[in-house]
Design a protein around this ligand. Structure first.
Ligand SMILES: [Zn+2]
Ligand SMILES: [Zn+2]
Length: 171
């Protein structure tokens, strides 16, 4: 057993070699540009349309909701058509109620039961109210059509109530 113990390899004392280059991984891949400002780097994505947004475009809402300027100014599709249909239905029902009331005033329903004519006027107006009220969303911006629908429903109801009250009092 004349095996000579191998000396431990000495650490290389080469002071002349340059330090190893820093890891090139620290450079992150460039972020995609803002969907609106092509020159600006995006900071996130819109929660509604998923488009990239820069710091300027990022509209932060409570609850960590970030929305782009396009989605802030326009209500998201899918909700708007339903509300538009509701408000149009509201206006149509208010017009029907108004027409029924006009027919009653002119005596077109004189041979009908007053209870029947009352419902023929009240039901469309109640429906108009229900439609316009359910179309109005407090969280989102409401279009002019919605307010017109609500206003017409209220106006028709007021007119019918006042005139029927006067008619009752005159009797
Ligand atoms: Zn958006
Ligand atoms: Zn931007």
């Amino acid at each position: 057993m004349d095996q000579v113990p191998q000396p431990a390899p000495l650490p290389e004392m080469d002071h002349g070699s340059p330090a190893p280059p820093p890891a090139a991984k620290s450079a992150k891949p460039p972020k995609p540009p803002c969907a609106i400002h092509a020159a600006a780097e995006s900071v996130g994505r819109c929660d509604m349309c998923k488009k990239t947004m820069c710091e300027v475009c990022d509209f932060a809402f409570p609850g960590h909701i970030h929305v782009c300027p396009v989605c802030v100014s326009a209500p998201p599709p899918g909700i708007a058509p339903r509300r538009t249909i509701l408000s149009i239905t509201g206006i149509a029902l208010a017009v029907v109620g108004m027409a029924m009331w006009g027919a009653l005033v002119t005596g077109a329903f004189s041979q009908l039961n007053p209870m029947v004519t009352g419902y023929m006027i009240l039901l469309p107006i109640m429906g108009a109210f229900a439609c316009s009220l359910s179309a109005i969303d407090r969280r989102l911006g409401n279009s002019a059509l919605l307010w017109i629908s609500a206003a017409i429903s209220s106006l028709v109801t007021a007119v019918v109530l006042v005139t029927s009250l006067i008619g009752t009092l005159n009797r």
